[in-house]
Design a binder for this molecule. Sequence first.
Ligand SMILES: Nc1ncnc2c1ncn2[C@@H]1O[C@H](COP(=O)(O)OP(=O)(O)OP(=O)(O)O)[C@@H](O)[C@H]1O
Ligand SMILES: Cc1cn([C@H]2C[C@H](O)[C@@H](COP(=O)(O)O)O2)c(=O)[nH]c1=O
Length: 221
Amino acid sequence: MRGRFITFEGGEGVGKSTQIRRLAENLAGAGVDALITREPGGSPHAEMLREVLLSGGARQFGPLAETILFNAARDDHLEVTIRPALAAGRWVLCDRFVDSTRAYQGVLGEVGPDIIRSMERVIVGETWPDLTVILDMPAASGLARARARNAAANRGEAPDRFEGESLDFHERLREAFLAIADVEPDRCVVIDADGRPDDVAAAVFAAVRSRLGLAGTEVPA
Ligand SMILES: Nc1ncnc2c1ncn2[C@@H]1O[C@H](COP(=O)(O)OP(=O)(O)OP(=O)(O)O)[C@@H](O)[C@H]1O
Ligand SMILES: Cc1cn([C@H]2C[C@H](O)[C@@H](COP(=O)(O)O)O2)c(=O)[nH]c1=O
């Protein structure tokens, strides 16, 4: 049986990586084997494109070229990592996916929805997420978390291609993710990320259980 495909979306520093790890632990407790992956990246060739994109190396070519590169990375990631895992019955938990392209390149980069959708049809095809968890919190708080994390990790380098954008840019991103959830409520669930990690993890697991059905599993204390 095909595994389930869950994507995590939201602004910078909202806790996507943290909550993906927590969900994988909770799923393991429920006997579900999950693969954690990310975009851009998640396969050797897509990770090479991640370097180009997040260093800002493609910025000079403009948002359309960046959209094409994010989709090239996604194509390889789907083929090499995601589809084989789903076919083997594993659940796949992916840190960012198509909604990041819609928000960053579509809404903020002003690449038209017709272009974004046609790339989705070609690249994603039938491999659409069963559930998308949108972690939501004020942009300034998420950016502060991301900066504190980078400082603690001794990553003294400049912020990456998108972290360095203005607060207004990040607030508009937040609105873009919320707008996607409004239009696709069956696929998307919005979770308040501005709380303790344990509370957010419990809310995420509860949403996964109720949306995807994991009978008999309890939210851990
Ligand atoms: N609920 C929370 N409360 C306080 N700090 C948190 C919470 N969740 C995560 N953090 C911390 O905030 C920082 C950012 O979290 P994380 O890396 O999980 O976010 P992210 O959304 O994956 O970030 P990015 O968008 O940069 O990839 C980390 O240092 C993490 O430990
Ligand atoms: C998939 C995807 C990602 N982005 C941006 C969003 C973030 O700024 C970075 C990824 O960094 P993270 O620390 O792993 O979150 O890339 C984008 O603009 N478009 C996309 O499709």
